[in-house]
Design a protein around this ligand. Structure first.
Ligand code: NAI
Ligand code: MG
Length: 476
């Protein structure tokens, strides 16, 4: 068994009471690591350390250029440790290691560089019109930031949640998901090695309510909360934060729609649509789990989609040839299976896929014939399950796509420029992809409409959230 501890005030340490929990490798379904279980005492210590580092330490008072040097060094160290970071995410949550080594680790490292550049290159407004006064804006760091991360992109989201607040001079306490504690622990250790002062970046492990997550978001010293996870927990955190008027950004679930018009290039649309539901075994908030295909090409699209879905390889996520690893946990596996069972109950038909029959594996699943009110069409499944349905007119397609409690992403495939622009404008989602999926510009706004969240992340949206903009009015 390997062992992951908290990183508090520059020390890697267990819980005061010695309590631990286990991280289970979803491929073997055996525990592979013992993790320190944080409670009130550890959250207290971490927030206190972060508060001290903020009010008395050097970090918020460094120039953005000085912080940039440390954040760049951290990015370099992450690349040096890419094998170990990748291995920990794969062992913790079952993602194919090839995905981590061929993109995610590098992306996580670059989150620190990008945030550092963003802060360093940013400039504040000067208001020139007044003859008697010099008036300008200063972006002060907000204070101690609580970051609560999910397991589906442990390293990517862990780095994304902490990079911007750190770059803007805040101090951070990160509560990684209980399913994926490994990579965050190493990232915080590497931050110390990179020269980040103790207390600036702390990690406390544990669960949600009544555990590290719950105690962290309730802590009175916390100035900002940034959360990625389910809409239910997002709403619960929002309520806690409201009592103290603490701003939150919530990046919650999705039920992405994918409109494939009859004029789409199917050589692009089919593989892209397949990728956009089965990546990470569908455990992605951005997936397009509802596909609407214009009637003239419905049969051909479905036939090609099924063929490509069936060609994907399920298996050991440590094997570089694996496309789909297991579902992260028994709880999530049971949830996905519940939706598989709901499909025939709600009048649909599974063309391919279902339980793989061994462990927490689910084959790439395609369902048709479901009414729009079916559970599998409305609720976030977070598994490799897609509902495909036909539509006739552009209006009908847009209405189907927008008929959701969520609004994180939407995708459309067409070769008609007029349609691409007009439909993109009408789709009620935080990101719209046209003839592609999954491409992220990290300076662009990232977030969702409706139950998909509150606020936007990325670029200057990060600055606006993680700082207190201050107007300074000075008489000549
Ligand atoms: P969750 O929302 O319960 O957990 C996310 C994070 O929040 C974890 O770190 C957890 O420990 C923490 N947490 C939970 N309750 C908390 C509380 N009251 N206060 C503070 N922190 C708390 O998500 P879970 O249980 O892992 O997955 C449930 C569903 O949520 C999934 O099936 C999926 O539909 C959705 N989800 C969406 C994600 C996204 O990327 N938007 C990521 C993970 C899950
Ligand atoms: Mg939960």
């Amino acid at each position: 068994m390997e062992r992951f501890d908290h990183v508090i005030d520059g020390q890697v340490r267990p819980s005061a009471d010695g309590r631990t929990f286990e991280s289970v490798n979803p491929h073997t379904r055996e525990p592979w690591a013992e993790v320190a279980l944080g409670g009130r005492a550890e959250v207290e210590a971490a927030v206190e350390a972060a508060s001290r580092a903020f009010h008395q330490g050097s970090w918020p008072r460094m120039t953005t250029g000085e912080r940039r040097q440390i954040l760049y060094r951290l990015a370099d160290l992450m690349l040096e440790h890419r094998q170990e970071l990748a291995r920990r995410d794969t062992m913790d949550m079952g993602k194919p290691i090839s995905r981590l080594l061929n993109g995610e680790v590098a992306g996580a490292a670059s989150n620190f560089r990008l945030a550092a550049d963003e802060a360093d290159l940013d400039h504040a407004e000067v208001y020139p019109k007044d003859a008697d006064h010099h008036i300008y804006t200063q972006y002060d760091p907000a204070g101690v930031v609580a970051a609560v991360a999910p397991w589906n992109f442990a390293l990517t989201m862990g780095s994304w949640k902490v990079a911007a607040p750190l770059a803007w001079g805040n101090t951070v306490v990160l509560k990684p998901a209980e399913q994926s504690p490994g990579s965050a622990t190493l990232m915080a250790e590497l931050a110390l090695e990179a020269g980040m002062p103790p207390g600036v970046f702390n990690v406390v492990h544990g669960f949600g309510p009544g555990s590290a997550g719950g105690f962290l978001v309730e802590h009175p010293e916390v100035a900002r909360i940034t959360f990625t996870g389910s809409s239910e927990v997002g709403a619960a955190i929002s309520k806690v934060a409201a009592d103290r008027l603490v701003p939150v950004t919530l990046e919650c679930g999705g039920k992405g729609a994918n409109l494939v018009f009859a004029d789409a290039d199917l050589d692009v649309a089919v593989p892209s649509s397949v990728r956009s539901i089965y990546s990470n075994s569908g455990q992605v908030c951005l997936v397009t789990s509802r596909v609407y295909v214009q009637r003239p090409i419905f049969d051909e699209f479905v036939a090609r989609f099924v063929e490509q879905a069936e060609a994907l390889r399920l298996g050991d996520p440590m094997d570089p040839a694996t496309d789909l690893g297991p579902i992260v946990s028994q709880e999530q596996y049971d949830k996905v299976c519940g939706y598989l069972d709901s499909i025939p109950e709600d009048g649909g038909k599974i063309l391919t896929g279902g339980r793989a029959g061994d462990g927490w594996y689910v084959r790439p699943t395609v369902a048709i014939g479901l009414p729009p009110a079916a559970r599998a069409c409305r609720e976030e499944i977070f598994g490799p399950v897609v509902c495909v349905a036909p539509f006739d007119t552009e209006d009908e397609g847009v209405n189907l796509a927008n008929d959701s409690d969520y609004g994180l992403t939407a995708t459309l495939y067409t070769q008609d420029l007029r349609r691409a622009h007009q439909v993109a404008e009408r789709l009620r989602a935080g990101t719209v992809w046209v003839n592609t999926w999954g491409v992220r510009e990290r300076k662009a706004p990232f977030g969702g409409y409706k139950l998909s969240g509150v606020g936007r992340e990325g670029g200057h949206f990060h600055r606006d959230f993680f700082t207190e903009p201050k107007a300074i009015v000075m008489r000549y």
